[in-house]
Design a protein around this ligand. Structure first.
Ligand code: GLN
Length: 321
């Protein structure tokens, strides 16, 4: 079926979704990272990005929150840019673990078989692959430059979050060394873990994340800068990774009910990609038991349902002014 949507229909749906999400309660801030535990739980931002660079923003869309696991998406893109989607598949993999994001059990189960760059183990592995090997500063620059390309503006490190996370990331330290044991880390394990921790501590706004989501949805062309950031062939690959594991053990339920591939972070962010149509991002700190923002999920789901959108619907969507 062909669907035509106007800018005002999209803007109205986003505003209604934002207002609806304000009425939704429940969840708790991430408590295992002290900085995140203390963020105002009432913050809520929602941003939508269209292919022509039109943005619709509501609520706390200029608030810089911890990107956390949403950072796994741009770094997976970077590895595909630096190597290829095929090499990412060989060295890390593209399978959902069906387990929590920080699962050690998943690594033990899959020791002879790769996982996905969108859980902690695969993301630390992805950081280890970033070139140039052995040079932490240059690797960090590659990671942040790539995020800047995807967003069209730079993220900013939240020092306090980085310190807070570095002081408490014992589980991730175990993951990095277990990966080393299984031959799935491709640079110094401690350096790879530090890069991962630092990228999780980047501050980002929902407006920036919606622009990133747009770049992913529009074949690698940043809708704000017009820059072709990556080979269009990477777009369906990253969207597949997001669709299969973006919400960890709840990914199937999420895609089934929302119709949009999306990636969450324990900072409260959600980034959603509707290929060829739009990018969306929402942010609200309280999380459900799987570590996904309660209100951000509610906002994105409401928006999708209101407009009758869904990646599996088979509709041909045209957006007009
Ligand atoms: N930095 C967090 C961690 O490694 C990110 C987790 C997440 O956002 N799901 O535990």
């Amino acid at each position: 079926m062909d669907i035509t949507l106007t800018h005002s229909q999209i803007s109205d749906a986003a505003e209604a979704a934002y207002k609806y999400a304000l009425t939704v309660s429940g969840g708790e801030n991430a408590h295992y990272i002290p900085y995140l535990a203390n963020i105002d739980p009432g913050l809520l931002g929602l941003s939508v990005m269209l292919p022509d660079g039109t943005a619709f923003d509501f609520g706390d869309h200029t608030y810089r929150f911890g990107i956390e696991s949403v950072s796994k998406v741009p770094t997976a893109v970077l590895v595909m840019r630096q190597y290829s989607p095929e090499i990412l598949l060989q060295k890390i993999g593209a399978d959902a673990t069906g387990l929590p994001f920080n699962s050690i059990f998943a690594i033990l189960l899959e020791n002879d078989h790769p996982s996905t760059p969108l859980v902690n183990a695969g993301a630390i592995s992805a950081c280890s692959m970033v070139k140039p090997t052995g040079d932490s500063d240059a690797k960090w620059k590659a990671i942040t430059d790539n995020i800047t390309d995807l967003c069209g503006s730079a993220p900013e490190l939240i020092d306090e979050l980085y310190r807070s996370e570095s002081a408490t990331n014992f589980n991730n330290r175990a993951i990095a060394w277990l990966l080393k044991n299984y031959g799935r880390i491709y640079d110094d394990p401690d350096m790879s873990l530090d890069l991962y921790t630092r990228q999780c501590s980047l501050g980002i706004t929902s407006s920036q994340l919606a622009a990133m989501a747009g770049t992913l949805a529009f074949g690698g062309r940043n809708p704000l800068t017009g820059k072709q950031v990556f080979d269009p062939a990477i777009s369906p690959k990253i969207t597949t990774l997001i669709a299969t594991v973006g919400f960890y053990q709840n990914t199937g339920d999420w895609l089934y009910t929302s119709g949009i591939p999306a990636k969450s972070g324990v900072g409260g962010g959600v980034l959603g990609v509707l290929p060829g149509v739009l990018g969306i991002a929402a942010f609200a700190p309280p999380l459900d038991a799987a570590g996904n923002s309660v209100r951000a999920q509610a906002a994105v789901k409401f928006f999708m349902q209101k407009l009758g959108l869904g990646i599996m619907n088979g509709n041909n969507v045209t957006i007009v002014k």
